[in-house]
Each structure stands twice: as structure tokens, then as C-alpha cells.
Design a binder for this molecule. Sequence first.
Ligand code: ADP
Ligand code: MG
Length: 334
Amino acid sequence: MNPGKARATSNSSMLLDIESLTKIFNLRQGLATTQLIAVDQANFSLKSDQPEIFALAGESGSGKTTVARMILGLTEPTSGRLRYRGKDITQLSRREKKSWYFREVQPIFQNPFATFSPLKRIETYLFETAVNYQIVDKCQLQPYVDQVLSSVGLSLAEISGRYPNELSGGQAQRVSVARALITNPTLLIADEPVSMVDASLRMSIVNLFRELRDQKGVSVLYITHDLATAYYAADRIAVMLRGWIIESGPVEKVLGNPLHPYTQDLKKSIPTPNPDKKWGDLISLEGFDSEALTNVGCKYASRCAEATDMCRQQTPESVEKDGRQVKCFLYEAT
Ligand SMILES: Nc1ncnc2c1ncn2[C@@H]1O[C@H](COP(=O)(O)OP(=O)(O)O)[C@@H](O)[C@H]1O
Ligand SMILES: [Mg+2]
């Protein structure tokens, strides 16, 4: 299937459809202003007919959080399109966003403790979210919140009366997943949800996403710099490099048999799947920052063993090759 063609004819088969999404930040340094391209013509989509875990993976600074913030309406795109169920969400009013979009799309952040005020009891958040979004009648609040908590392996009795600092990191992240589930969303945007959770508990959070997909039909945009949990948990993956999506497709294709030299280098540097290994430990990214503002050629050319003059002078297009999209001159569309 050619995704470009599918987009041109219909959007209804897409839950979330991101097309040429770009964010340029203007950085003021004294009197001078420089521009930083945080997200550069990114394309990917999540299907609506089948819930899935879609990993957006890449090292720190590659643009993942900026993509998440644009989806959540917290950062305005510089250009490109962001559609949800076929509607351009950047064109929605705040009211429209609140009435349906923010119910359907809920965030989960890196630090669960930052989600909650230390002075408020945990259950208060869950009740308030249900009340604010008018999810259930007041008399139904307690059973509803209890039922949502049970879907993350907790109960109202367990957390009742407790303050955030009385929860373990794993429990706090489960409660923040529960808070996100109160509005009965279709899509969770989880930005590095396990990076502050103990290594021993990481898999249990990632497994929770799989259960939510299978039992509640929830899709998850799982943002991570951790290749191992992405490989383990995701159905599909998009690998980011300095604002570009350089390879995307089914995880068993992209990580099982990577085609882009960058994805190949990342994979080679992991001897065995290990959830404790982070990308930062795996590949030296020295030298990337100084080039960040040059906008010519492939963004991996300076480090790529396969790079030719063409790679340094021209920008590769994404092509479909062996069941995935890859942005590299080594490949021609099949
Ligand atoms: N509000 C901002 N103002 C200026 N630059 C930003 C801002 N937010 C992010 N950036 C820059 O954009 C790039 C991508 O950042 P980010 O999306 O946070 O990456 P990631 O989440 O993959 O680590 C980085 O170079 C970062 O410094
Ligand atoms: Mg980030």
C-alpha cells in the first residue's frame, strides 16, 4: 500500500494522521535569532480499525516530545497537517478540543509525581477529572473510579486517602495511567513513561499498555529512547533522527531487519535485548549538535559508513521498501 495515495483518497481509516509535520523554534541569542528545526516534515499514522502500540523512538533531542506536544495541542506546528479521525485538529477551537478531542487523546508523562500536586490526595485527581469531563453522575463516581483503577491493577481502597509521596514510582505511574483512562480515551500519548520508573517495574508498565490495547481497544503512542522496550511492546515503530523520521513500519521489520544505516548502527550496538540499556549509552552522537542548523543532505551523512557525495548534498525522500518506509538513497521504491 502506498500511504501517500491512501491519504489522498480517505482519512477515515486513520485514527491519527501526521503529514509533513514541522516545528521550527526561533532561538534568541542576544540580538541574533537562529532557527532550530525540531521536527522536520514528519509523516506517520495510526490506524483506526485496529488498536496498536506505535513507538516513536529516537535519542534525546530528536524531536519526540515536540511531536507529542503538537498532538496534544500544547505546541503549534510551524507547518504540516495533524488529523484525528480525518479532522485537522490544529483548526479546532479550544471548546471543540475539550468537548471531544481531549477526551479521546490523553497524555501520560515521564514523571508521574509531576502530574500530581503533593498536597492533594490521589483519588481527588481521579474524581475531579471525571467531574470536569462529566463522565458519570456524582453517585456513580466511586464505582467508576474503582473500575478504572482496577484496569491498571489497583483499587480505590488501596489508594484512598493517600498522597502522591506515599506511592511507589510504579504505583504513581499506574495512577497517572488511570487518570488518563478516566475519559475513556482511544489514544494515549505516553512520553517516556518508563524512564523514571525502576528497571524492575518498567516491563509491568509496558505490559499494562499491551493489556489496555487488547482489553480496552486503546491505542498508545509510546515515545521512548529505549529500543528494547520498543521492540518488546510496539506493533509499529517510527525512528527519529534530528527531526526526521528515517525509518518506520512494523517493529519486526524495522528493528528485526533494519534498512537505514542509522537503524542498523543502533541495532548493532545492542548485543542482547536489555531494557536497562539506553540509546545514549549505545551510540555516540557527538558532533550532531553543531550540524543541527545545516539543512542540506542526509542528517546521518556525517556519521554514515555508506555516505556518498549525493548524501551530503541532497535530501533523500522516504520510499517504501520491504514493508516499511525508509529515508535513504540506498533504496529505491519497490
Ligand atoms: N520550547 C523550545 N524552545 C526551543 N527549542 C526547543 C524547545 N523545545 C524543544 N526544543 C529543541 O528541539 C529539539 C527537539 O527536542 P525534543 O522534542 O524535546 O526532543 P526529544 O523529546 O526527542 O528529546 C531539541 O534540540 C530541543 O532543544
Ligand atoms: Mg522528550
